[in-house]
Design a binder for this molecule. Structure first.
Ligand code: ADP
Length: 668
């Protein structure tokens, strides 16, 4: 076995690989960029080497720098994790040429699967079933369109060099084809430097079912069953589970054997995933093979009891697979939820910011948290906004889902927008519990999964809790004062001859409320709230603080919430989820609704991709005026009303900062 390996990655996956390496007695070397100087993977590894600037292209994507770091530190092998250099054939070749083992498949296998169209060609020859489509080399728009017209709509355009859902467009009608092709090509060129496209029949109700395969250098190949990754947004996985609900033993075997056949067709080694679309009638079609460890590998680990990173190291070291097919077992059910910094209520726009408050659920045999961040860390624009993965296991799917909903309630983050409450809404929804799954699950249930549909604390309860929390904030300030005994610091609101009231404006879900409250006795708060001068609610709440917990008694019901208060924002977490209010005090300036959506400003730091209208031309409300790219996604800036664009302030290719005015728009 190797003495030392280098991990050419960051975040949760780097930390996860380090853990297994350490358990196997293998020393680890981390690499890091400017932005990651104090990141967890750097602190966790035995050694760490600085490799460059924060942008991935200046650090984690620089194969020669990464290799130098390995040579410098005497690492005998490099684990690329997922993303970055993991499917980069040139990098794997560079490693070979320098006698450093690339922990992944041979160069030929990466190359074979690097192009979606070439991969389809190979699989067709190997007799693996394919989604009908065009994957030829004639790339003229007319050929692509006529292939689509012949196939019949809907079709899916895919970048042959694509990944991560990028460079992909659904086309529902021949009339939409040209525009969709242009957009997909633009995204592909930007993302992969190659805008070749393939056209596939778009299946309208498939499930995404993928098979984990493993091969060694001794001719052994196995499948470690399947994962269902049908719950997706923007063709990207959100929840993954194993096994796939409703999978028969026969279908499992058929798909497993097809996946092994696919791997053998390209002389595969190590861990790989063969992705299939499973149609309603049980037919399945090869989509692509990922020649690396997948983000969602932990669900497979929890149902098989195997450590896939350990298997990777053993295979890379030339050893045999630890188990043969008949020795592998599948026990219970596992679900993974990807915790993202993003706004599910605003088209899943990635969010950035500081993890000002972070509490994770307790880990156990049922709950696993794969994370690479701690409180105070930054989610920056430079990398994928995934914060962590929460993985649960139990004896059956229902119980696993209960584990998940409970653990999500215990996952508490403030300081930036996350999808945690959204994940809870999915996990707790009737269709998810009923395993009514397909890849358009989220699209089909937009209404059901929207914020309004959940059963959060009713507005009155939220206002009551805020009134209580605001009083608690005062007590906290008073108690931290040096002059504890001073009568002027008394916080009981007792005043000679008059009742002392407090008035605060809070902004909750975009609405401003005036909360007036006073304290009766030590813990009882009498409050009332109004909005636009109209009284809307009032009542009494009893409230005590204990560290970051606040205990409330509201209408005779006791409850406990966790409070995070950064002076401007109050976030309360309880068993119904979380809510944040912006508090405007005399010293805090105007309340800001925190709405990051739309507008004619850049939603975040990014690059201008294209102007889609001519200055001076009249446009209708909703017309896309400009496209920008930020955090690896394209964002459309649309006309807020009928009107004209007088001027664009930035040219395509220019960098803009979040909040910058992008154009001058004159409403009609
Ligand atoms: P990427 O490599 O960009 O992630 P994939 O080819 O793996 O792209 O596809 C991602 C997702 O897109 C799939 O999980 C599935 O939901 C959807 N998808 C891909 N091909 C089709 C198709 N032919 N019909 C319907 N959905 C598809």
């Amino acid at each position: 076995m190797f003495n030392k390996i280098l991990i050419a990655n960051r975040g949760e996956i780097a930390c996860r690989i380090i853990r297994t390496a350490r358990a196997m007695g293998v020393k680890t070397v981390a690499v890091y960029s400017d932005a990651d100087a104090n990141a967890q993977h750097v602190l966790l590894a035995d050694q760490a080497v600085y490799i460059g600037g924060s942008a991935s292209r200046d650090s984690y994507l620089l194969g020669d720098k990464v290799l130098d770091a390995a040579l410098q530190t005497g690492a005998q092998a490099i684990h690329p994790g997922y993303g970055f250099l993991s499917e980069n054939a040139a990098f794997s070749e560079l490693c070979n040429a320098n006698n450093v083992v690339f922990i992944g498949p041979p160069v030929g296998a990466i190359e074979a699967m690097g192009s979606k169209s070439a991969a389809k060609q190979i699989m067709q020859e190997a007799g693996v079933p394919l989604v009908p489509g065009y994957h030829g080399s004639d790339q003229s728009p007319a050929t692509l369109k006529s292939a689509a017209d012949q196939m019949g709509y809907p079709v899916l355009l895919k970048a042959v060099a694509g990944g991560g859902g990028k460079g992909m467009r659904q086309v529902w009608d021949s009339d939409e084809f040209d525009e969709a092709l242009a957009a997909a090509k633009r995204e592909a060129l930007n993302g992969f430097g190659n805008d070749d496209m393939l056209v596939e029949k778009y299946l309208t109700q498939p499930r995404h079912v993928e098979i984990q395969v493993f091969c060694d250098n001794h001719g052994n190949a196995v499948y470690l069953f399947e994962r269902d990754c049908s719950v997706q947004r923007r063709h990207q996985k959100v929840l993954e589970e194993a096994p796939a609900p409703g999978m028969s033993a026969e279908l499992r075997q058929a798909m497993g054997e097809a996946a092994v056949k696919a791997a053998q067709a390209i002389d595969y080694r190590g861990a790989g995933t063969v992705e299939f679309l499973l149609d309603v009638d049980g037919s399945f079609f090869f989509m692509e093979m990922n020649t690396r460890l997948q983000v969602e590998h932990p669900v497979t680990e929890l149902i098989t009891g195997e450590d896939l990173v350990e298997w990777q190291l053993l295979v890379a070291d030339g050893q045999m697979l630890p188990k043969a097919q008949h020795q592998l077992t599948l026990t219970g059910h596992a679900v993974e939820a990807r915790i993202y910094a993003e706004d599910p209520d605003n088209e899943f726009l990635p969010a950035t910011g500081t993890l000002a408050y972070l509490r994770t659920p307790a880990e156990s045999a049922h709950v696993r948290v794969d994370s690479g961040v701690i409180e105070g860390d930054e989610v920056s624009v430079f990398y994928d906004p995934m914060i962590a993965k929460l993985i649960v296991w139990d004896h059956d799917r229902d119980r696993a889902i209960d584990r998940l909903t409970n653990a999500l309630r215990d996952y508490r983050i403030a300081g930036l927008t996350t999808n945690i409450d959204y994940l809870h809404r999915i996990a707790d929804s009737q269709p998810f519990r009923a395993a009514d799954l397909d890849t358009r699950f989220i699209e089909r249930h937009t209404e059901l999964l929207s914020k309004g549909s959940a059963k959060p604390n009713p507005l009155n309860d939220q206002l009551a809790m805020l009134a209580g929390a605001l009083q608690q904030r005062r007590s906290a300030i008073v108690h931290s004062s040096d002059e504890l005994c001073s009568p002027w610091q008394s916080n009981n609101d007792w005043r000679l001859n008059y009742r002392h009231q407090r008035e605060t404006t809070v902004t909750l879900a975009g609405n401003d409320y005036q909360i007036v409250s006073h304290l009766r006795g030590e813990h009882e708060i009498i409050w009332s709230a109004s909005c636009d001068g109209q009284s809307i609610a009032n009542g009494t709440v009893s409230c005590r603080r204990d560290g970051d917990s606040v205990h409330f008694v509201l209408d005779g019901q006791r409850s406990t919430a966790t409070l995070f208060d950064n002076g401007e924002q109050l976030t309360l977490f309880n068993t119904n989820g979380s809510f944040t209010a912006i508090v405007a005090g005399p010293d805090l300036g105007d309340a800001d609704s925190g709405d990051a959506g739309g507008g004619l400003q850049a939603p975040m730091n990014g690059t201008i991709v294209a102007h889609l209208v001519e200055p001076g031309a009249s446009v209708e409300a909703g017309t896309t005026l400009l496209v920008m790219e930020a955090m690896k996604m394209e964002h459309a800036i649309k006309a807020p009303s009928n009107g004209t664009v007088s001027e664009f302030y930035f040219a395509p290719g220019e960098l803009v900062s979040g909040g910058a005015e992008l154009l001058d728009f004159a409403a009609e």
